[in-house]
Design a protein around this ligand. Sequence first.
Ligand SMILES: [Zn+2]
Length: 166
Amino acid sequence: MKPGQKLEMNDFVAPHVQVWEIACRCGCGFGTHFGDIDETVIADFEEIRARCGGESITINSGCRCRKHNEAIGGSPNSAHVEGKALDLSPPYGIGGFPERPEFVKICEEIVKDGGVGSKDYEKTGGVGSKDYEKTGGVGSKDYEKNGGKTGIVHIDCRTKPPKRRW
Ligand SMILES: [Zn+2]
């Protein structure tokens, strides 16, 4: 397999991740080539999955082209645009799967060179923004609202320091 090589939607980019799960939802083809998704974030995903008992974890969003990212209100600096992020929607608390706070903790332990956050990350843009100051860590405002029991968890592997928490 070479970088840029075209993949089929049902090809695997990792033992438990198929192309259709991480490809840009607009159908532009971003995510359907070998190397489109960063191997670090995929490896982190596999490790998180294993730590959670090997249960399936839905990937809401992986690769996003700029156009699609803008269309869904993503931050212009979103790691999704670089193929370095995944939004996860796990079956919290079902069949022994960890509840969300525990799941976030597992993600934090495993994601070493990027960040872990909630949906609000897309809006706030990460470290340094006013919202970040307000929210002060994992979970964000939405986390406060719902007690941290529900919601997507964003993981990314952008290597720019510092490590982000929001
Ligand atoms: Zn697209």
